[in-house]
Design a protein around this ligand. Structure first.
Ligand code: AMP
Length: 462
């Protein structure tokens, strides 16, 4: 058990079975039975939430009982409603008198897209209940956000950077914030947001209730939980680091030069009706999009260098089906909730193994099946090794594929991992010793290709 969870009082919320997962739903498990306010039940049902998901069964009762919650859950598990419904249930009884520039509840999310999605969920679930919400994000007008906050709001959803700016300028006052949610905490760590997150948490009400959700629990997140949560109840939707079961995964071991043709040929398959192609870098994503256009496949692209409007436009086109292919960096690996994605293609393998799990989790949603296809060049074998170690499974190699490179397969089978690509995406020149730099770890001795102290670089990549 994590340090953060020491002393968790389990007797009240003994919801896990012996497999250490939350229980299956049963006939008594409607949202009303979990204690959700009657005012919200109609909107909840209209939003398509009829039977609570396991994470909701596990997290809602302790949350309503004012306990802090530490959730190990990914997007797709239903975690947003798991924190939104209890917060809304409590807010509804409070009336509309709010102090100017304050927020009763604050949800922090790592990316703008996820923040937009969370705020939409709050609005959807509280339809007709007169709950005010606001969004604070970078990349869009700050004045509009400040104006929206002026009368005070019930729920504020924000990305940490812009919110910290508003806190500094005293455009928002968090001292009345008694509910705090940190969503996708591990992603906030990767993006270098933890110092801001800590400052923001400090500015909230000292007697606040906190919920933290994270797909993985690296040491830094355990430490954050230990300092920000009080005696949390730990709930888990799926074992850490494992991938969803309904996704068929395979890998083509192909030479770097062949990847463009490989992708283009693959996309000729009409079964690929909604596809995300993941590239490792912003520059790489742009290049793949350009090449696809030249090869007759129109694609939209989304990454951290794009303006918020361009990102939203690309996502909207992909969501409404006008664009079949979305090329993305890991900024889109988590949080994006779009149904009907048939295929995930990892044009480049991610340098962080957890990202692989998040990327492929964009497919096989809402009970549908999904396919995840990855391309692995010779220089990416170290990444593949890390992914297989983290997911505790071997990914099937498509040895019959016309682009299959036997030399890469042989090196993979013999555990020979050449130096991985540099952050810029080009392979490093092999070292004389033939050994990978940095004790065999992708990224030359840094954990997963980047130093934790320079975590802002992960932000720069996406
Ligand atoms: P999330 O993990 O919060 O991003 O949720 C993933 C998807 O699951 C969203 O499209 C939700 O609308 C949907 N969802 C959440 N809870 C339920 C539920 N109880 N029943 C059906 N769908 C749900």
């Amino acid at each position: 058990m994590c340090a953060a969870c020491e002393g968790v009082r389990r007797e009240e919320y003994e919801l896990k079975n012996e497999n250490n997962t939350v229980p299956d739903q049963n006939e008594d498990s409607g949202f009303a039975a979990l204690g959700i306010s009657g005012v919200l039940l109609k909107a909840t049902e209209q939003a398509g939430l009829t039977e609570p998901k396991p994470i909701q069964i596990a997290a809602i009762p302790p949350h309503l009982a004012a306990r802090d919650v530490l959730g190990v859950a990914q997007t797709g598990s239903g975690k947003t409603a798991a924190f939104a419904l209890p917060i809304l249930s409590k807010i509804i009884g409070l009336g509309s008198r709010r102090k100017p520039r304050t927020a009763r509840a604050l949800v922090l999310a790592p990316t703008r897209e996820l923040a937009v999605q969370i705020e939409e969920t709050f609005r959807l679930l509280s339809k007709g209940a007169h709950v005010s919400t606001a969004l604070v994000l970078g990349g869009v007008s700050r004045n509009t956000q400040v104006k929206r906050l002026q009368p005070g709001v019930d729920v504020l959803v924000a990305t940490p950077g812009r919110l910290m700016d508003l806190v500094r300028e005293r455009d928002v006052d968090l001292s009345e914030t008694t509910w705090l949610v940190l969503d996708e905490a591990d992603r906030m760590l990767d993006m270098g947001f933890l110092p801001d997150v800590r400052r923001i948490a400090k500015a909230t009400h000292p007697a606040r209730q906190t919920a933290m959700f994270s797909a993985t629990m690296p040491t830094e997140i355990e430490e954050l939980a230990r300092t920000l949560l009080r005696d949390p109840v730990r709930v888990e939707a799926a074992p850490q680091g494992t991938t969803a079961g309904e996704i068929s995964q395979s890998i083509v071991l192909a030479r770097l030069k062949q990847k463009r043709k490989l992708l283009s040929d693959m996309l000729a398959n009409p079964a690929m009706s909604r596809v995300i192609v993941f590239a490792r870098t912003k520059h790489g994503a742009d290049r793949v999009t350009r090449d696809l256009g030249r090869d007759g496949h129109e694609a939209a692209v989304i990454h951290g260098n794009k303006s918020q409007n361009a990102r939203q436009k690309a996502l909207n086109g992909f969501r409404d089906g006008t664009v079949r292919i979305l090329v993305a960096t890991d900024i889109a690996a988590r949080g994006i909730d779009i149904d009907g994605i048939t295929h995930i293609i990892n044009y480049d393998l991610p340098n962080e193994p957890e990202s692989y799990v998040h990327r492929i989790g964009r497919t096989a949603r809402a009970g549908a099946d999904g396919v995840a296809l990855s391309f692995c060049g010779h220089d990416e074998l170290a990444y593949l090794k890390d992914i297989e170690k983290t997911t505790r499974q071997k990914i099937a190699i498509d040895g019959d594929h016309p682009f299959h490179a036997e030399r890469i397969a042989t090196d993979h089978a013999n555990g020979k991992t050449p130096p991985p690509p540099r952050q810029g995406g080009r392979p490093q020149r092999p070292q004389r010793s033939g050994k990978p730099s940095g004790a065999g770890r992708p990224g030359g001795g840094q954990r997963n290709g980047r130093s934790r102290s320079g975590a802002g670089r992960a932000r720069a990549m996406a």
